[in-house]
Structure formats: C-alpha cells, structure tokens
Design a protein around this ligand. Structure first.
Ligand SMILES: Cc1cc2nc3c(=O)[nH]c(=O)nc-3n(C[C@H](O)[C@H](O)[C@H](O)COP(=O)(O)O)c2cc1C
Length: 318
C-alpha cells in the first residue's frame, strides 16, 4: 500500500466530523505541497469528454461541501477527481451552526448539519488565483442569504471558475421566502446579469415533475447552461434540522436526471448528484442523460479517492 492510500485510510477511519475539521484546519500550502508530491493517478480509460468547453479525463467529480474555501484544489487533483466543485462560498464569512453534525449511516448514507460555514469570498478568491492544477476543471458553488449576495459572488468568481453552481437548496431566506422557490431564482438571477461564465442551478431533490419543469423553465429564462440535480434531503436528526445524503437519494436523483434530460433542449447540461457510490450507479445516471456526476457521501465512506475509484469502475463497465 502506498503512503497516499495509508494516509487516506487513516483519515477515513476517523469520525467524519473530526476528519472534515482536520482537513479544513490544515494549511492550504501544506495540502498543495503534499498533493504535488503524491501526483495524479492515471486517467481511467475511455471516459474523456468535453463539458462546457473544458476537457475532462472522466465525468466523476467532487461535489460542493468537501472544500468550502478552495484549500483542497490540488488535493482533489491528486485524488484523481474528474472535476472539482469548491464551496459553497458565501458573500461574508459565516461560522455555520452549532453543534455541527457529520455522521456516516450504515449502508452508505450521511447526515450533515454544518450550516454553510465559509471563510468568505476573499479566501477562496485568493486561493483560486494561484497556480491551478492542469486537466481538471474547477467549479465554484455559491450560496447567499440575499439576492444581491448571489450577484456579487457570481461576478467575483466568473473570471476564475470553469463554471459556477448556484446553490439554492439551503436554509437561506430573504423576506421569509426560500430561494428554492423558482420565482426567487428569477429574482436572484437578475443580479447575476450579464451571464458570461456558464452558470448551473443546483436544485433540491424532488420527485415532482411539474416543479422540475418549472426549474428548467426559469433556468432557460435566466440564461443558465444547466442544472445540478440535486442536494441533500432535509430531515430532522436528533431533534434538529439536517441534510440526508448518500445511498437512499439515488432513485430520486435518477428520476430527476431522466426527467430533466427528456424535457431540456439539446446542449443543456444535466449533472447528477445524490447517492452515487459505485461505477454502476454513475453509469445508470449517465445512461439516463447526465453529462457528469458528482459525489460527496461516497467520499465520507470510501475516502477522497472515491470519484476516481468510481470512474475506474465505470470504465470497466463500458
Ligand atoms: C458534509 C456535507 C457538506 C455539504 N455542503 C454543501 C455545500 O456547502 N453546498 C452545496 O451545494 N451542497 C453541499 N452538500 C451537498 C452535496 O454537495 C451533495 O449535493 C449531496 O450530499 C448529495 O450527494 P451525495 O449523496 O453524494 O452525498 C454537502 C453535503 C455534505 C455531506
């Protein structure tokens, strides 16, 4: 077993919240240097593709949540991710909620309650200005409590990100309305105009076909290039609101991808996220029409190499 694998096995054996805190408290320069020494694993065969003008070695990427402040960009590269999503980045530093929760559930699930902690846009901006790794697009996921905040973040990161994910599926409200309301999306996207860098709308999990159709309509009206379907499912865990991720979301993700693909015009991007933990699940989403897939809970269960491991399994299936 090489040193990288040993390090990640150790990390994976720790309680997940402890491992997450350890990674977020590490100095970014140390993580960068470690990653450069580790290098990048070989690309799984037969999976290279173009997406929004970028060349990807494979279609499995790291979802928002692992690297809130862009301190793990080189680490994502050395873990062999096909692409990397930084964030959610907020317009101001945010400590998140207490107590924080991040647990592994048996069978591949996760429960998290972090409350969108963010060091704020300057930290992520400065990190992304540095030398970026080759051959791995980097998206920035933005979230805000106000419409103006979305506009500010979109403009700030437009020149640095390969594409922007607009995360509306979080407990963020303005005038007591939720950004998950498609009408609020129309309002917030007015502050993002003109849309130059591709923007994708990240929506919550739903099996409501009418709601999916409305999200699609507003995305097209706003000039978004695609939809990321979906996010964690809101639940109550030990008496407090939290997000459920992982295995049990998969059927809903499949439903969303299939329906969005069948309703969307040619060239509209559909990214599937929720419950992908194996090559066969990645394949099912791609067969249903996903251009790319993202993983988060699989990282909590299988370690940060999970996207690469899943891509390798996918390559063996094709
Ligand atoms: C610990 C953790 C933190 C997350 N943080 C964010 C976030 O900041 N922004 C966001 O859009 N999604 C966030 N998510 C949601 C994931 O990006 C993903 O959409 C969701 O977990 C479903 O994928 P999965 O089943 O692979 O976990 C987070 C998920 C987890 C588990």
């Amino acid at each position: 077993m090489d040193i990288a694998m040993l390090a990640w096995r150790t990390l994976r054996s720790l309680p997940p919240l402890y491992a997450w805190r350890l990674l977020h408290s590490a100095r970014a320069e140390v993580l960068d240097e470690t990653a450069r020494i580790l290098g990048r694993p070989p690309a799984p065969r037969g999976l290279a593709r173009n997406f929004l003008g970028y060349r990807l070695e494979h279609p499995v990427g790291i979802a928002a949540g692992l690297d809130k402040d862009a301190s793990m960009v080189w680490l994502a590269w050395s873990m062999g991710a096909g692409f990397h999503v930084v964030g959610s980045v907020l317009p101001h530093p945010n400590r998140g909620v207490e107590p924080k929760i991040l647990v592994r559930l048996p069978g591949g699930g996760t429960v998290n309650r972090l409350g969108l902690p963010s060091k704020g846009p300057r930290t992520a901006y400065e990190r992304l200005h540095l030398n970026k790794p080759p051959g791995m697009p980097i998206a920035v996921n933005i979230a805000s409590f106000t419409v103006k905040g979305y506009g500010y973040l979109y403009k700030l990161f437009s020149s640095l990100a390969s594409w922007i994910e607009v995360n509306i599926s979080c407990p963020n409200v303005e005038d007591h309305r939720s950004f998950e309301d498609p009408e609020m999306v129309i309002e917030l996207c007015r502050y993002m105009k003109p849309i130059s860098t591709p923007a994708l709308l990240k929506i919550p999990p739903t099996r409501d076909r009418g709601l999916l159709a409305r999200y699609l309509e507003v995305s097209l009206e706003c000039g978004f290039s695609g939809i990321v379907a979906g996010n964690t499912l809101r639940i109550t865990y030990q008496g407090v609101p939290a997000g459920l991720g992982g295995s049990s979301l998969f059927e809903t993700t499949l439903f969303m991808v299939r329906n969005l693909r069948s309703m969307s015009p040619p060239g509209f991007a559909v990214v599937g996220v929720g419950g992908v933990n194996s090559g066969s699940r990645a394949k099912a989403l791609i067969d249903a029409g996903a251009d790319l897939v993202e993983v988060m809970s699989a990282i909590v269960h299988r370690g940060p190499h999970a996207p690469w491991l899943i891509a390798r399994e996918l390559s063996q299936l094709l």
